[in-house]
Design a protein around this ligand. Sequence first.
Ligand code: FAD
Length: 523
Amino acid sequence: MTPCSSRPRLALPDGAVFDLVVIGGGATGLSLALDATRRGFRVALFESHDFASGTSSRSTKLLHGGVRYLAQGRLGLVREALTERAALLQMAPHLAQPLSFVMPAYRWWQRPFYGCGLVLYDLMAGQARLGRTRWLSRPGTLQALPGVRAAGLRGGVAYWDGQFDDARLALAFARTAQQQGAQLFNHTAVLDLHREHDGLTTLTVCDRLGHTQASVRGRCVVNATGVWVDQLRKSTDTAPKPERLVSPSQGVHLVVDRDFLGSDQALLVPHTRDGRVLFAVPWLGKLVLGTTDTPRPDLPREPEAYAQERQFILNEASAVLQRPVHACDVRSEWVGLRPLVARDQERAGQATRGLSREHTIVQDEHGLVTVVGGKWTTCRAMADDVLAHCMAHGLLPQRNPGNPLDPLLGASEGQRHVPLHQPPGIHLYGSLAHEVLACPGNDRLIGMGLTEAMVRHAVRTEWACSVEDVLARRWRTLFLDAREAARMAPAVERILLEEGVGQPGLEDFLKLCRHYLPPHPAI
Ligand code: FAD
C-alpha cells in the first residue's frame, strides 16, 4: 500500500503469544525473522535501538567469500559464503551488486601467487562465479586504478566480489518480513525473560521512545544480539551464569573523496603490516578505507577509533596511493564491533584476527537459543541453521522453507540497476521508488540526494524515529560525510516534527557527527 500520511508508533503486543521471538534487529535477527515468517511461523522481533544500528550498519559493505579465509585454508567457510553472496545479489539487486576488485602487485611473485589463489576462489564459486579473474599488465593496472602508486608497480590481478548497502539491505529484510506477517519493533529493548512452567518464555519489553512496557510470550526465543549476546544471556534466570561466548574486536573505516582512487573498481592490498587485508572501496560516491581488527572487551554503542588504528589505515593507504591520505581528508570515521566467537580460541590466547568468523548456536537449560558470529554475507545460512536447530530440539514444529530465494521488497527483475558506487539517489528504493514519489516534497532536496519526501517516507514506512535513524541508516550521510550530515540535520528535524515525531534528537545527532570525525574537526 502506498503511504500517504504519517502514522503513530505501533503499540506493543502486550499479552500476545508468538511461535518465535527474535531479540536483535541486525543482519542475523532480521534474516531469521524473514525465514521463519516465510515458513509460516508467527514471529515478533524486538530491537533495542534502530534496525542495523549495531554492527550491521558498520561493515565494509562487501558480500564476499573472504579471500583472506582462502589463504587460511578455511575452504568450507569460503564456499558457503560464495553461495550466499550469489543469493543476496539475486534477492536485492538494487542494494547488492557485483564489484570488480584489483590487487596491485609490487613484487614479482605477487601476481602469480595471488592470481592462482583468486582463480581457485572463482573455481570454488562454481555457478555462483561473478566474473573471471584476470591478470593485468602494469598499464592495465594503472588504467583500472588511476590513483595507485606507479613507482615499482609490476602489474595486478582483477577479480570479482559483491558490495552492498548494509543498513538498507537490513531494512529490505525487515520490510519483507513485515509484509509476510512478522511484527517488528525498533527502539524496543528486551529487559528480561524467564521460562514459565507451561514451557513458554515470558519477555518484558520496553518501548524506549514511548516509555511503555509489555509482556509477550514465545514458544521459542532466539538471542541474536550480536556482541551483546552475553549481556542478555546473563539477564535470564539461568544459574549458574553462562560462560562468555563473544570476544569482540573492533574495525575502523575512514571515508575520503573518491578521487584518491579515481576508479569504479575497488583496491585490495593483500598483506598489510599486521598481516590483514586493506580495502579501498568506492561506495555511494565516496571511497571507504578499512579496516582494523583490535580486541575491544567493553561494548560501547558508539566505539571510537584508537589513534593508532586511524594512523595505520592512513599509512597503509598512503603507501599504495599516489596521493597521501591525511586525517584532515577524512569525511567520516566509523567503527564496528565484530561478534567473534571466543571460547576455545580465546582460551588459547589468540589475537582476534585468528578467531572464528563462523557462527555458533547454543541453547541454555531454559531453552534460550543464542546465535552469534558469522558475517553479513552468511546471515541467511545462519537463519537456516538456527531454525533447523529449533525444529530438531522440539522448540518449533517442523516446517520447510518456502522459497528462501524469493526477492526482497524493492527488488525488480530485468531493471538496469544504478551501480552502488554512484552517489545515493532514488534508485536505492528499487521498485518501491513510487512510494517515495507519492510523499510530498520530491522536488525539495536537503542534500546528498536526500529529498524531503524521502524523510517523510522514512518515518511513514521505514520505522525512522529520529534524525539519526534518517541520516545514519535510511540515508547514509553520516557514514559518508559527517560534516554534511550535521549541516542537513536541522532540515531533517523540521520534517520529523511535521510528521509527528515528538523528539527527533537533533542535539544528540550533532554530537554524534563530531564523534564520526577524527579529533578536533570544525563542524
Ligand atoms: P548486530 O548487527 O550488532 O545486531 C544485534 C542487535 O541486537 C543490535 O542492533 C542491538 O541493538 C540489538 N540488541 C542488543 N541487546 C538487545 C536487547 N536486550 N533487546 C533488543 N535488542 C538488543 N560481514 C560481511 O559479510 N561483509 C563485510 O564486509 C563485513 N565487514 C565488517 C567490518 C567490520 C568492521 C565489522 C565489525 C564487521 C564486518 N562484517 C562483515 C561482519 C558483519 O557486519 C556482522 O557479522 C553482522 O553485522 C552481525 O550482525 P548481528 O545481527 O549478529 O549483530
